[in-house]
Design a binder for this molecule. Structure first.
Ligand SMILES: Nc1ncnc2c1ncn2[C@@H]1O[C@H](COP(=O)(O)OP(=O)(O)OP(=O)(O)O)[C@@H](O)[C@H]1O
Ligand SMILES: [Mg+2]
Length: 348
């Protein structure tokens, strides 16, 4: 049975939404008299739907409440408003309600709006499940291809080189055999590095949409790589709750991965800090280490075929972000990124 939360201020002499919803049957109905009360209920009981009167008493109106319910608890909302209400249609539409009802109206109209919203929600869930199933199949195919390209090719190469080394040894050519063995070692090392990167990427892909989880996965990746540097991660509650479009989330996590990989490979740092916050509608991130630093003005890395920093900048640009690198020899490295959040995806 669906759980429906009805939120209205309640005028003593009028017949309220609660009475209308009570007649719907086959539903568990709860009531809240203010935005705060509704949020407390949503935190505890996660209703399947909220029927919210736009005109609420207290410091939160129905529009603000609908937004909080959607972003914080992923609760779909049906908004109810008076025909004569001063609230503009654009304000109502801006919180993407699942349906709207204009009062005065009949109980039947309220029931219909609720049924349509619940049905829409069910269809969305089905679609998400189908997409997840499809993504799982694609991921399996990709992993199979990856295993083929990395592991099978390495083993094939090792087998051939080992046969040749044995023949060389049988003929007394130990120097030739040694050279082949070195090739085997080099290839095994390279494949090991590629597979480790693949495992790190998998962690991040799993969490792609949830930025906080993806950032924590990057931090875990840094730690399992075995470095002496101590990493402190600070993600503010706003970052914990934000839902980004997958592309933004993915590019951000790739930037963080590369920044942390650089710390691991080059910085010889004692401490690294990763700090993410949301300020004035912008996501801000900072990765700072107290390591050896480098001359950030130098372009020689690119000439030498090192592209990590350059790709970080391009990734930031692709999501309309700004990346700043501040470093000098002996003074650590500070990488900051600012990304506007106006492309924020609807939750769910
Ligand atoms: N946090 C850091 N501390 C010290 N030096 C750094 C740091 N980050 C980058 N560097 C220096 O800047 C250079 C360029 O970094 P970049 O990420 O572009 O290339 P890379 O890490 O050497 O190679 P790759 O192309 O695999 O990323 C590095 O070679 C290193 O000397
Ligand atoms: Mg690099």
């Amino acid at each position: 049975m669906p759980r429906i939360l009805v939120v209205e201020a309640g005028k003593p002499d009028s017949r309220g939404l609660l009475d209308a919803v009570a007649g719907i049957g086959q539903a568990v109905v709860a009531e809240a008299r203010s935005g705060r009360e509704a949020l407390q209920y949503a935190a505890r009981s996660r209703p399947d739907l909220a029927l919210v009167n736009v005109e609420l008493a207290g410091d939160m109106n129905g529009i603000e409440l609908a937004q909080h319910l959607r972003i914080m608890y992923d609760v779909p909302v049906v908004l109810v408003t008076e025909r004569s209400s001063p609230v503009r249609l654009e304000q109502i539409a801006s919180v993407a309600p699942y349906n709207c009802v204009l009062k005065p109206c009949t109980d039947y109209e309220i029931h219909l709006a609720i049924h349509v919203a619940l049905q829409r929600r069910r269809l969305e869930h089905e679609q998400i499940q189908q997409q997840c199933a499809k993504a799982a199949v694609q991921e399996r195919e990709r992993l199979a291809a990856e295993l083929h390209d990395n592991v099978c090719q390495l083993l094939g190469f090792v087998k051939l080189q080992a046969f040749s080394a044995r023949e060389l040894l049988a003929g007394g050519d130990t120097a030739g055999a040694d050279m082949l063995l070195q090739r085997i070692i080099d290839s095994a090392q390279q494949t090991q590095a590629e597979i480790r990167q693949e495992i790190r990427d998998l962690y991040v892909r799993v969490a792609a949409k949830d930025l906080a989880a993806a950032l924590q996965a990057c931090a875990r990746g840094f730690e399992i790589d075995g470095t002496n540097a101590k990493l402190s991660v600070v993600l503010t509650p706003a970052v914990e709750q934000v839902t980004l479009d997958p592309q933004t989330s993915l590019q951000l996590t790739r930037i963080v991965q590369e920044a942390l990989a650089n710390v691991r490979k080059h910085a010889q740092a004692q401490h690294v800090t990763m700090h993410f916050d949301i300020v004035d509608g912008n996501l801000t991130g900072l990765i700072e280490d107290d390591g050896c630093g480098f001359d950030e003005q130098s372009m020689e890395w690119i000439a030498r075929g090192h592209f990590g920093l350059q790709i970080m900048r391009e990734r930031a640009r692709s999501i309309d972000g700004q990346l700043n690198v501040v470093s000098s020899p002996g003074h650590g490295t500070r990488i900051s990124i600012v990304v506007p959040l106006d492309k924020e995806a609807p939750a769910g």
